[in-house]
Write a protein that binds this ligand. Structure first.
Ligand SMILES: Cc1cc2nc3c(=O)[nH]c(=O)nc-3n(C[C@H](O)[C@H](O)[C@H](O)COP(=O)(O)O)c2cc1C
Length: 299
């Protein structure tokens, strides 16, 4: 029985990937789970320059989820290449560099630097809702999306995943734009733009007023969007949004995802991904499935 999946020529030992921003660069998790068991790790969102992230409250719990306003705190692309990437490369897992940005230049210079680095894939994040400039602005405007994806595509030969924002009416249109502009795969969804109020202080919880919602609360919507994207494009899909267990993983694969990412669940249960991988094996054995790819897009 095989859990192997191939996305844009890159082989993953299983379809379970740590979602960007919820797993750092793996270091904090290494003493708790075996990173070699993971299909892949998507790095914390990288920007061209080191970024301190947003001031104020950054994580806030909601029923069945969390809201975050991290604001892409990260060490910058150069530091990543010289340090965090060296750590990630010690493990037998696919290394995905998640690239964010505030401007077209940020994205294209960052992509050019990553092109020379020893990574397996780039995940282009045009969907971060927590930046004053850039981020989601690129992923919710068709023209800007086209421009930034084309710019990054021109700068790198690494397989390119474009990570879509769910904060649009027709996500399939953005998936088509990504495909037309040369993306090798689509990932979705990033967090949903949301809001919380502290009634005692009579203030918004977050300095930016809004923040990104993730976790089980968003799963049914993320699933519907994954299906829509699967109907719209031919390139492989990496899906996420509230995946907590193997059933959730299977739902996303059945509607068209070749692989999945686990984000918020890593916070509440450190070994969520390991459990999903083990239970995927069990599911395949129990159901006489010799190749996990056989369930992709059966609906
Ligand atoms: C604390 C936090 C930080 C995140 N940072 C990033 C990031 O840097 N880049 C990115 O593309 N997505 C980032 N995300 C979005 C996740 O990768 C994922 O798309 C989203 O949380 C939905 O999946 P989930 O419900 O399993 O968490 C972040 C999410 C959280 C909760």
């Amino acid at each position: 029985m095989s859990l192997k999946v191939n996305i844009a020529g890159v082989e993953f030992k299983n379809p379970v990937i740590a979602a960007s921003g919820t797993f750092g660069f793996g270091e904090e998790y290494k003493d708790y789970i075996d990173l070699n068991k993971l299909g892949g790790i998507s790095s914390k969102g990288l920007t061209l320059r080191k970024n301190p992230g947003n001031p104020g409250i950054r994580i806030y719990e909601t029923p069945a989820g969390i809201m975050n306003s991290i604001g892409l705190q990260n060490p910058g692309v150069d530091h990543f290449i010289d340090n965090e990437l060296v750590f990630m490369r010690k493990y037998d897992t696919v290394v995905i560099a998640n690239l964010g940005g505030h401007s077209y230049d940020d994205y294209s210079i960052g992509a050019a630097k990553l092109d020379k680095a020893d990574i397996d894939m780039i995940e282009l994040n045009i969907s971060c809702p927590n930046l004053k400039e850039g981020g989601m602005a690129f992923g919710t405007d068709p023209q800007k999306a086209r421009e930034v994806i084309s710019l990054v595509r021109a700068e790198t030969k690494h397989p390119l995943i474009v990570k879509l924002s769910p904060n649009v009416t027709h996500i399939g249109e953005f998936a088509k734009i990504a495909q037309d502009c040369g993306a090798d795969a689509i990932s979705l969804v990033n967090t949903f733009n949301a809001m919380a109020v502290d009634v005692r202080k009579r203030k918004f919880v977050f300095n930016n007023k809004t923040a990104g919602l993730s976790g089980p609360a968003i799963k049914p919507i993320a699933l519907r969007m994954t299906y829509e994207v699967a109907q719209a494009v031919d390139i492989p899909i990496i899906a996420m949004g509230g995946i907590m267990d193997v059933e959730d993983c299977l739902e996303f694969m059945m509607v068209g995802a070749s692989a999945i990412q686990v984000g918020t669940a890593n916070f509440s249960k450190l070994d969520t991904m390991i459990e999903i991988i083990d239970n995927l094996e069990k599911y395949c054995a129990d159901n006489n499935i010799s190749d996990i790819n056989d369930i992709v897009g059966i609906l």
